[in-house]
Design a protein around this ligand. Structure first.
Ligand code: 4AZ
Length: 229
């Protein structure tokens, strides 16, 4: 998170971190006591046994509240080349109880262009930095009209209907390591999942953050929560 402020799990009780073979990989959001919503690209080629989820922690170094993963669920429409439909669910072997972490509700409408949303994660606080912050960070960014974002990324990657863009150009953005983490509206509802941006650039004026639109993907998410969570 670039241009944000230190936050804590009391303010983001749904926030989890996802480790792959012991190393921090991505953020995620608890959506039921036994399921986490994250970005599909965080899990590319992984087996459930490669991953551990930690909830109810503010600091990356906090080793408490680890849960193993039983099952990885990805939409068949996810494309690792176009990053269309970049969401996934992790079914945990044991739930994260309400005393540790709290599930967040999912949006059924896309965020309004011009509205502000809050993005949280343990990603880089500067694109040139070489280490992750230990403390969870949060930032407010403004949702951008879809055509404006399509123009900015023309020739780089298509902005599809399953994506929306948000930024405060030149100042505030998600960055490497924030992928999979939550985007929350002013009502505390999950509207997006951190997905991508132009490689190695964060908070660049011409490169807003791109997010998976939870409401566009809500049929797949609701079906799979109903079946597995
Ligand atoms: C990443 O690699 C990443 N500036 C996430 C978000 C953005 C860039 C990179 C947006 O996890």
């Amino acid at each position: 998170i670039v241009g944000g402020h230190p936050s804590d799990v009391w303010h983001q009780p749904h926030m989890v971190n996802i480790r792959r073979r012991g190393n921090f990989e991505c953020g995620g959001s608890l959506v039921t006591p036994r399921c986490v919503l994250t970005a599909a690209h965080c899990l590319n080629d992984g087996n459930p046994s490669d991953f551990v989820v930690r909830g109810g922690v503010t600091y990356l170094s906090d080793m408490r509240n680890s849960r193993y993963v039983r099952k990885i669920l990805m939409p068949s429409a996810y494309s690792r080349t176009t990053l269309d439909h970049d969401v996934a669910l992790l079914q945990l072997k044991q739930p994260l109880q309400a005393s540790i972490a709290k599930p967040i509700s999912l949006a059924v409408r896309s965020p309004r262009p011009g509205s502000f949303v809050r993005v949280s994660g343990w990603g880089l606080t500067d694109s040139s930095s070489t280490s992750l912050p230990n403390q969870l960070q949060s930032v407010h960014v403004q949702v951008m009209p879809q055509r404006e974002c399509r123009d900015l990324y023309r020739g780089y990657r298509n902005i599809t209907s399953s994506m929306f863009c948000a930024s405060v150009p030149g100042l505030k953005d998600a960055c490497a390591g924030d992928s999979g983490g939550p985007v929350v509206n002013s009502n505390g509802i999950l509207v997006g999942v951190v997905s991508w941006g132009r490689a190695h650039r964060c908070a660049a004026r011409d490169s807003p953050g791109v997010y998976s639109d939870v409401s566009y993907l809500s049929d797949w998410i609701a079906d799979n929560i109903h079946r597995y969570c």
